[in-house]
Design a protein around this ligand. Structure first.
Ligand SMILES: [Zn+2]
Length: 222
């Protein structure tokens, strides 16, 4: 028998005999990381990318960029080694090969700064707009979507006949490869992301405090 979809408020039939979600909730979970996760768009992320860029520029003398770029380089070297092993016939799970291939494609097409900025910006967004991210898995999934969105390689584009708008479809990675890639990025840049998010929040709170003090001072005027 088919059960009713477990998503709150949904009364559709489960997509498969033993499945718990209907077709649309199942595909949202697969594509976006959670049944109720909306896509984080390039526009959603852009103000946070600006904050991250500003912060890294301010710390230029501390060689933060160089350190982060070296770490990215190490991830790519590792991915290349994995692909080499695969070419030599070493058995490995396909998601591992797919992840390595995706990382190498990314580094061939996109500057390290772009990748780093995007990943760190996701941490700042998560900190400042926590309700936009529904779960850890959804966070990793959206981070991978945004990073992959930096490269035109995955995008097949076509023009919609009726509206004339150009549409872009991203070739989907398997959920296991997405998770693997997301965890890789989080392992390398997570600590920097969390630190940057904390600094942005402190600055934001300081600005609010100053504003409150200013209004207080105005109120105190005789
Ligand atoms: Zn449903």
């Amino acid at each position: 028998m088919h059960y009713v979809c477990k998503a709150p408020g949904c009364s559709e039939k489960a997509a498969s005999r033993y499945g718990v979600y209907c077709h649309s909730h199942r595909s949202r979970r697969r594509r976006h990381g959670a049944i109720n996760q909306e896509a984080i768009t390039k526009a959603d992320l852009s103000i946070y990318r600006n904050l991250v860029r500003g912060r890294i520029e301010k710390n230029r003398d501390k060689e933060l960029w160089d350190k982060l770029k070296l770490m990215w380089r190490a991830v790519i070297d590792d991915a290349q080694a994995t692909l080499e092993q695969s070419r030599k016939g070493q058995a490995m799970p396909s998601f591992k090969r797919m992840t390595a291939l995706e990382l190498v494609k990314l580094s061939n097409a996109v500057k390290p700064e772009e990748v780093i900025e995007t990943v760190l910006a996701m941490y700042v967004l998560h900190d400042q707009e926590p309700r936009k991210i529904k779960s850890d898995r959804a966070f990793l999934t959206q981070m991978v979507r945004r990073v992959r969105g930096l490269t035109p390689l995955n995008a097949g584009s076509w023009t919609n006949g009726s509206t004339g708008k150009r549409k872009v479809a991203y070739k989907e990675l398997s959920p296991r490869a997405v998770e693997c890639m997301g965890k890789r990025l989080a392992a390398v840049f997570g600590a920097a992301g969390v630190t940057l998010a904390r600094l942005e929040r402190q600055d934001h709170e300081k600005r609010l405090r100053e504003l409150t003090e200013y209004h207080q001072a105005l109120d105190d005027l005789q």
